[in-house]
Design a protein. Structure first.
Length: 92
């Protein structure tokens, strides 16, 4: 599935969406999702020691997208859910 983000022409001043991962969640299974999202040049993927979403992080794979948690049960689903969140919540 192609998840490439489309930039509006002439809008080079836009910031990339920020996707944050907790190191503990990466170890728990979100590594493949992080690697896949890291390939997208239109995303800023960052790894932290903790993202302060421990309750969610202990139950699901989690990516923090522009400050909001996005969850899934598999790395593939997490990638899809991140792109779905970005489509539904565009940065203006």
């Amino acid at each position: 599935m192609d998840h490439g983000l489309v930039r509006k022409e002439g809008r080079d001043d836009l910031f990339n969406p920020t996707i944050e991962f907790c190191i503990n969640n990466i170890v728990s299974g979100s590594q493949k999702a992080k690697e896949e999202l890291d390939k997208d040049p239109d995303l800023d993927v960052i790894e932290y020691g903790c993202t302060s979403f421990c309750g969610l992080c202990s139950q699901f794979l989690v990516a923090i997208v522009n400050g909001e948690p996005v969850t899934a049960v598999s790395p593939e689903e997490l990638v899809d859910n991140v792109y779905q969140y970005l489509e539904e919540n565009p940065m203006l």
